[in-house]
Each structure stands twice: as C-alpha cells, then as structure tokens.
Design a binder for this molecule. Structure first.
Ligand SMILES: NC(=O)c1ccc[n+]([C@@H]2O[C@H](COP(=O)([O-])OP(=O)(O)OC[C@H]3O[C@@H](n4cnc5c(N)ncnc54)[C@H](O)[C@@H]3O)[C@@H](O)[C@H]2O)c1
Length: 431
C-alpha cells in the first residue's frame, strides 16, 4: 500500500489542496524540528563561547595585576631566608611598597639592625620602573628579597602568611600623587582601598596576627586653615581623591582594629624627600629641569601667596616608622576573632618647619650652581593645598620621634645622590 507521503500527485483537486497543505505542514514541521535543534545547538555554542570568554577575561584581568612570578620551593626558601631575625627581640616584617621611595629606606634600616624583611611591590609604571628596579637591586645586595606581586592577590598574601609568621606589616604600597588622581582615579581605588582591604583580610586571618603600621598622609587635613595640623583636627574636607582614599584607609583600618583586634598605627607623612626619591615630586622634577636648562612651573596660591610645605627628610621618616613598629603593641585576635582590645594610633610625621617653594628652588639653585627658569602660575584646582605644617608633639611623646635634618642639609644629600645616579646630563639630548 502506498502511503499519502508516497503520492505527490493526488487524483482530485480538493485533495490536492489538502494534501499539499499536509505536505507543507510536514515539511514545515521537519524544518521546525531541525531549526529548533539547530537553535539549541547555536544556544549551546553561544553559552560555551561566553563562558570561555568570561574565563579568559578573568584570567586576563587577573594577570594584568597578578603576574604569577611567585611560588615554588626555591621561592619559599628565599622568603624564609629574607624574613629571618638576626637580633634578640627582633621582628620579621612584611614591607609592602618595598621598591618605592620610603619602602626601600625602611627595609634597609630594618635589615641593618637585624630584623627580618620581606618586600612586596607590583613595580607599576606610575613613574619610571627602572628606578624601582634599581632600588630592588640595592635591597637584593643587602639580602632583602622582594616579591613581584600585587596587594590584591589574595592567594599570594595567604601563601606569604603560611610561609612566614610575620610579627609586623609595614604597609607603604599605595598609589601616591595628588594630581594623577584626575587622570587615573581607579588606580587609587585599586591600591589604596581594595588593596588595603585585601591586605587587612590576610592579616586578620593570619595566626598569629601581625601588628600593622601603615602610611596615611598629611593630605587628610585637606582644606583646613588652622596650623599646625594636629591629629585631633578635622579630616573631613579632602581636596583630592588621593586624600580621600587615605582618609578612607584610616576609617577602614579602624574597623579592622575594632572587629578583629588588629594593632594599627597610621602615619601621616608630610612631603618626604631625599635620595632615591620619587620623580613625580616637585623637588625631584625641579632638579631635573634645572640641570636640563628647562623651565620649572612654580605654583602660587590665592593673592599670589607662595605655597609652603613641611618638607621632611627621609631619614627622619624612617626613624618615625621604626619607632612606630617598636611601640606598636600586639594584635589580639586569633582565627579571625578578636580576643581583646588592640592599639589604634595615628601620628603626624613632619618636620614642623614649613618652607615656601621659592625658597626650596633657591636651595636647589645653590646646590646645583645653576639658575632655574621659573614660570609662576596660579595654582590650578587639581588637588594641591596651599600649605602643610605638622604638630608632632604626639609622635615626640609616644615614639621618641625627633626630626633632625633641615631642608638645606637634606636637599644637599638629595642632589649628591641625584648626580651620582643620573649624572649631570640626565635626559639631555646629545647633539
Ligand atoms: N613621599 C611622600 O611625600 C608621602 C607623603 C605622604 C604619604 N606618603 C605615603 O607613603 C607611602 C610610600 O610613599 P612613597 O613616596 O614611597 O611612594 P612610592 O610610589 O615610591 O612607593 C609606593 C610603592 O608601592 C607600589 N605599589 C603601588 N600599588 C601597589 C599594589 N597594588 N600592590 C603592590 N605594590 C604597589 C608601587 O609600585 C611603589 O613602588 C605611600 O603610601 C604614600 O601614599 C608618601
């Protein structure tokens, strides 16, 4: 018997219509059946591609921050050796931002007195990374191991605390600079907020918990007019995103102190300068430009008033950092739980004698024996404040902090280092 399907030419016209319709329906049904399975396949492929892409972008964004140059038996051995304490009553310190300006000096000073030091730095390119690499070589020569890693790498931090029972963390890693915040705001959130929280999470879970000393900034005093700035003054009018992230850091560290019993000391540094300094800071770029015969821009405040800073020499800051570590008191938590109140302290570390920018330029001119080509410009609203001036009574009392280097002496030392490092012709085009 032939089935309807087999008969493409039925005998009656009506039947033609019906049969044609049926055939079409069947065709359509088949077509739909294959389309829907095709559709399902397409959906499946899209899902597969999407999950592949999202995994890929996760790995990508991770690797952007976390170049996995850590781990392994040899790496652990280097970390352990570097963290070894060589004096009685000494400490083993994780120094974040160790390839930075302050981090390098603090690491060297700790190592010199017999403390164990392990450095951590992501070597970002906010300023010339070759300077950070040179600082790293200097630290390596003194037996200090620096890990190339990011504060936001939770696995790395947890591994580090597994390998070494750090007694202290000297947290100096940050996105510094006031003006750059208008160009790259997210870098401040990444390092100064997210990175800080990640570090505190690792510290709170570590057993034993380390004591933490970290760098806040004089910029938290923002637009305050009452001078000198005291720790009890208001800090709720920041003039830049940088200042706002430092202020947030003070609040965040307070929370971890309160909930988890972490011992916290926040240091408000006032314009630190000296050898191995930061190329983005005025005294550094002025030196470069004067030597190259290029003009320098000197900002002026309202009504042509000169800007002034409480310039603080690096050796004085280092003494303040070590004094803070020595007096920090213990964290009280274990297993991520608070067992009692722990110290929470904040100190100004300044020099107490502000100097105007034109006076700074004059000192540089005399040290370099060259005249600067000065362009005086009204200070733009880019986050700078007109003056800073520290009251250091609290640090004097609690830390024995006593700055001893005036700007003239300190700048001379900086210039000597600058010339030995870069030479007189740094950046000059050779004809
Ligand atoms: N130098 C000053 O005048 C001054 C003034 C006030 C406060 N501070 C603070 O003192 C600290 C040290 O400042 P500095 O002058 O040495 O600056 P710096 O830029 O030379 O050092 C900071 C280091 O941290 C590293 N870093 C940044 N983000 C990181 C991250 N997410 N993970 C790992 N490493 C990261 C950088 O690569 C850099 O080497 C900073 O917290 C800064 O905000 C400095």
């Amino acid at each position: 018997m032939r089935s309807l399907n087999d008969d493409p030419f039925p005998s009656t016209p009506g039947k033609v219509k019906i049969d044609r319709t049926r055939t079409l329906t069947r065709l359509l049904y088949r077509c739909l059946a294959s389309t829907s399975s095709l559709f399902l396949w397409v959906l499946f492929l899209i899902a597969l591609t999407a999950s592949y892409l999202s995994f890929h972008s996760f790995v990508d964004s991770g690797s952007r921050f976390f170049t996995a140059s850590w781990g392994g038996i040899q790496w652990e051995k280097q970390v352990r050796t570097s963290s070894q304490i060589r004096r009685s009553g000494g400490m083993s310190v994780l120094v974040t931002g160790a390839a930075g300006f302050v981090g390098t000096h603090v690491s060297l000073a700790l190592q010199k007195r017999g403390d164990g030091v392990v450095g951590l730095d992501n070597f970002n390119n906010y300023y010339d990374p070759s300077l950070k690499n040179a600082r790293k070589s200097l630290l390596n020569r003194h037996g200090i191991f620096i890990i190339h890693g990011d504060l936001n790498d939770a696995r790395l931090l947890s591994k580090l605390f597994d390998v070494v029972a750090f007694t202290h963390v000297m947290h100096l890693a940050a996105q510094a600079g006031v003006r750059y915040a208008m160009e790259n705001p997210s870098s401040y959130v990444h390092s100064n907020i997210a990175g800080l929280v990640n570090l505190l999470e690792a510290c709170k879970s570590a057993n034993p918990q380390p004591s933490i000393v970290w760098a806040s900034s004089s910029s938290v005093y923002g637009l305050n007019e009452k001078v000198p700035f005291s720790e009890s003054d208001r800090t709720d009018q920041p003039a830049s995103l940088y200042a706002a992230t430092k202020k947030a850091g003070e609040e965040i560290t307070h929370t971890y102190n309160h909930i988890y019993g972490l011992s916290i000391t926040g240091l408000r540094f006032f314009t630190v300068y000296g050898p191995w300094g930061r190329p983005d800071m005025a005294y550094f770029s002025f030196t470069r430009n004067i030597l190259q015969g290029k003009p320098i821009t000197v900002y002026r405040g309202k009504n042509g008033v000169d800007l002034a800073r409480d310039f603080t020499y690096i050796d004085d800051i280092v003494k303040g950092c070590l004094g803070s570590l020595d007096t920090s008191g213990k964290s009280t938590g274990t297993g991520g739980k608070k067992r009692g109140p722990a110290p929470y302290r904040i100190f100004n570390l300044g020099n107490t004698s502000p100097v105007t920018v034109p006076i700074l330029v004059g000192i540089l001119e005399r040290s370099l024996k060259m005249k600067a080509k000065k362009n005086f410009v009204d200070m733009p609203g880019n986050g700078d404040v007109p003056f800073t001036h520290a009251n250091i009574n609290l640090a004097r009392r609690e830390l024995g902090y006593k700055p001893t280097t005036d700007l003239q002496t300190g700048l001379k030392k900086f210039v000597r280092w600058y010339l030995s490092y870069y030479g007189y012709n740094h950046g000059k085009t050779v004809n």
